[in-house]
Structure formats: structure tokens, C-alpha cells
Design a protein around this ligand. Structure first.
Ligand code: APR
Length: 257
């Protein structure tokens, strides 16, 4: 795409956002790639090294927690080295400016919160908490808590990060809150997700069915690009989103115009 076209799309995105009544974002692994966390799918994706059906299923965790903890530990190491990138900060700034009501994220990396976003719905859970499979206790994540090959609770039960594994249900309140946001929004920014996993991939469909405009930002076209997205802005979120914020906060596109 030539630079003029990109600039035009960024300006119209800023314009649309400034007029939105209830803009929200749905984010996926792509927004955190430039923070040093590989995406799940595609070349170099996490599932290449750790096939999801072996390392990220609920039934697999129950039968062989040791194997899955090897993957989780590597994930925790990657996360501890990661920091929010300009795309995370741009979304936090849009919220601060009153132009973004919430973020529904499929990510479990806590980077939106670290960038300052306040209303973050963690659709696939979080790595920041651990849950005991026996007594149900919920513990905050710490290096110490996950030191053992298979971390356990004081009661002796196996601990599991509070992330949603394949074959596991999305928590009722997460599902309800995210669906409500999708029903309410008039703009949904869909950033860095391949939209291959349901029910998250249904959220843009729900929003669109209520008349919301779907604006996609991704380095490649996705399953949403043809029929669901009204606009697909191709390119890195960490390069594009800060430019949107710049336009809005420089008053070139006045907030709430
Ligand atoms: N900016 C924008 N998009 C990017 C960038 C970037 N800098 N880098 C990569 N992408 C895009 C990729 O092109 C891809 O379309 O981000 C998308 C990442 O897709 P996935 O790896 O499939 O991640 P995601 O959609 O978040 O996966 C959904 O699947 O395995 C489960 O639970 C896991 O939450 C995850 C869910």
C-alpha cells in the first residue's frame, strides 16, 4: 500500500473514532508481537514449537500437567522480558482521551494494563493468577509460586495458570461482558488477531449485526477482511495506532467532533 493511501486510512480512522459514541477494541496476539511475544499461528508462532493439541488443551493438562507446565514456564519467561509497545500505549491514550470505552483482549500477557488501559476484558484469562485444580484457591502469579516442575497449592493440588485452554469454557462473566460490549459498540477496532478462534471471532460478527463499523488492523488479511471488516488497514499496529492518536490529540481531528 502506498504511503498516501495509508495516511488517508489513518486520517479516516481518526475521524471515525472521534465521532464514535462507544468505540471498543478487540485485540489478539499480533498487537504484542513487537513486544517480543510471538503470535500463536504462522511462521515462528508458538504453536509451531508447542503444538496446541499437545500443550494447550484442558484434557492434556489434566493428564500430563508436567508437559504443559514446560510450555507455560517458557511463556512466563517470554512475558517477563516483554514490555508494552506503542500500540498498547496508543490504546491506553485513546481510553484516557475518552475515545475508547474498553478493550476485549484474547491476550494473556497483561500488556494493556501495563500500558495504562483501565477497562480490559481478558477473554482468554490471565497468566497473572494461578488456580488450584483441587481446592479452587486463586493465587497471584510469582516466580516462587511456579518454581516446582509442576507447581502446587498449599493443599497439594496442581496449580494451573488462569488461562483458557482449548476445550475449556470461557468464564461466564467474561463471555457476557464481552458480548455486551460487542452489542453496545458502534465502532470495533479489531487489532492483530487472525480471528480463527471462536467465540472471540464471533464478537465482530455480533457487533456488525447491530450496525457497528468494524475496522481491522493487521499485517495481513484475515478471515474477517472480506465479509466482516468495513475497512482493513494493513500494517503494524505499533506504527499505525500512534499516528491515529497523534491526529486526535493534536486537535487535527478534534475529540468528540
Ligand atoms: N500488527 C498487527 N497485526 C499483527 C502484527 C502486528 N505488528 N504482527 C502479527 N499480526 C497479526 C498476524 O498477521 C495474525 O493475523 O496478528 C495475528 C495473530 O494471530 P494469531 O497468532 O492467530 O493470534 P490470535 O488471533 O490472538 O489467536 C487467538 O488463539 O490459540 C489461541 O488462545 C490463543 O488467544 C489466542 C487465540
Amino acid at each position: 500500500m502506498i504511503e498516501d493511501e495509508v495516511q488517508e486510512q489513518i486520517e479516516s480512522l481518526a475521524d471515525v473514532l472521534s465521532q464514535a459514541k462507544h468505540a471498543i477494541a478487540l485485540t489478539g496476539a499480533g498487537i504484542s508481537v513487537e513486544s517480543g511475544i510471538p503470535a500463536f499461528r504462522g511462521e515462528g508462532g508458538l504453536w509451531e514449537k508447542y503444538p496446541a493439541d499437545e500443550y494447550a488443551t484442558y484434557s492434556g493438562f489434566l493428564t500430563n500437567p508436567l508437559k504443559q507446565w514446560a510450555f507455560f514456564k517458557e511463556l512466563y519467561t517470554t512475558l517477563s522480558d516483554a514490555a508494552p509497545n506503542p500500540a498498547h500505549y496508543a490504546l491506553a491514550e485513546l481510553e484516557r482521551l475518552g475515545m475508547l470505552k474498553s478493550i476485549i483482549t484474547q491476550n494473556i500477557d497483561n500488556l494493556h494494563q501495563r500500558a495504562g488501559s483501565k477497562r480490559v476484558l481478558e477473554f482468554h484469562g490471565t497468566t497473572q493468577k494461578l488456580e488450584c485444580m483441587s481446592c479452587g484457591a486463586v493465587l497471584p502469579f510469582s516466580e516462587e509460586a511456579i518454581a516446582a516442575p509442576v507447581p502446587t497449592c498449599r493443599c497439594g493440588g496442581v496449580l494451573k495458570p488462569m488461562i483458557v485452554l482449548f476445550g475449556e469454557q470461557i468464564a461466564d462473566d467474561s463471555l457476557r461482558n464481552a458480548q455486551n460490549e460487542a452489542l453496545l459498540c458502534d465502532i470495533m477496532l479489531v487489532i492483530g488477531t487472525s480471528a480463527q478462534v471462536v467465540p472471540a471471532s464471533m464478537l465482530p460478527v455480533i457487533a456488525k449485526s447491530r450496525g457497528a463499523m468494524i475496522l481491522e488492523m493487521n499485517v495481513e488479511r484475515t478471515l474477517l477482511s472480506n465479509d466482516v471488516a468495513d475497512v482493513s488497514l494493513l500494517g503494524s499496529a505499533s506504527l499505525r495506532l500512534p499516528r491515529v492518536v497523534e491526529l486526535v490529540s493534536d486537535g487535527i481531528i478534534p475529540s468528540g467532533a
